[in-house]
Design a protein around this ligand. Structure first.
Ligand code: GTP
Ligand code: MG
Length: 202
């Protein structure tokens, strides 16, 4: 898929403010600072489209971006980061749960995890919750530019092993770097496939 048009649509503090649409949408979710907004910019090749920051807790609202006038990319606030205030964490968590329970046009959640870190309880718990709700998701390991080839292979294996403790089979995995533009074709190709299936089903 080629992204020829990427435009900011809305910022919402609750699902009822999100665009009323039947267009398919794809959510980017994960711990604060994992690189959700950076990935949005990398995929759309629009540097400042989503606001990024070295300090966690930058994205505070549900941000919809309309892509190719065909689908929405949704950049969400992060969860589970100790340095984000408790009040913000609680607000973000409610917003995230409400969002996923509400959006019937949400086709796939991309759960971003930092490829440098061991599997985190907050991520494993969140994926479990998605599974219970029957919400399809894939895992995106971010910031792979920060790892050597052997470190990358090790963390990848560890992650797969950890997930197979609770899941019978692995969800799709993607490996990305916003700085190196790694994984763009794979992710956009997957989104393309999902859109085709979604259109065939409605
Ligand atoms: P919140 O909105 O706070 O939840 O964070 P976020 O998940 O949107 O993260 P964001 O995209 O703002 O990135 C956080 C920090 O990680 C920034 O300093 C980015 O420059 C950096 N970063 C994001 N992706 C990558 C990557 O692929 N490689 C490297 N080296 N740094 C990255
Ligand atoms: Mg963000």
């Amino acid at each position: 898929m080629n992204i020829t048009k990427a435009e900011f649509a809305t910022s919402s503090s609750k699902p009822s403010q999100c665009p009323k649409t039947e267009l398919p949408e794809f959510a980017f979710i994960g711990r604060s600072n994992v690189g959700k907004s950076s990935l949005t910019n990398m995929l759309t090749q629009r540097k400042g489209l989503a606001k990024t920051s070295g300090a966690p807790g930058k994205t505070k609202l549900i941000n919809h971006f309309l892509i190719n006038e065909e689908w929405y990319l949704v950049d969400l606030p992060g969860y589970g980061y100790a340095k984000v205030s408790k009040t913000d964490r609680q607000t973000f968590m409610k917003l995230i749960y409400d969002y996923f329970e509400d959006r019937e046009n949400m086709v796939n959640a991309f759960v971003l995890v930092d490829s440098r870190h061991e599997p985190q309880k907050s991520d494993i718990d969140f994926m479990y919750w998605l599974g219970e709700k029957g919400i399809p998701f894939s895992v995106v390991m971010t910031k792979v530019d920060k790892l050597s080839v052997s470190e990358f292979e090790q963390t990848k294996e560890r992650y797969h092993t950890k997930m197979l403790e609770t899941w019978e089979e692995l969800p799709p995995f993607f490996y990305t770097s916003a700085t190196g533009r790694t994984g763009k074709e794979e992710l956009l190709g997957y989104i393309d496939e999902c859109i085709k299936l979604y259109k065939a089903s409605v």
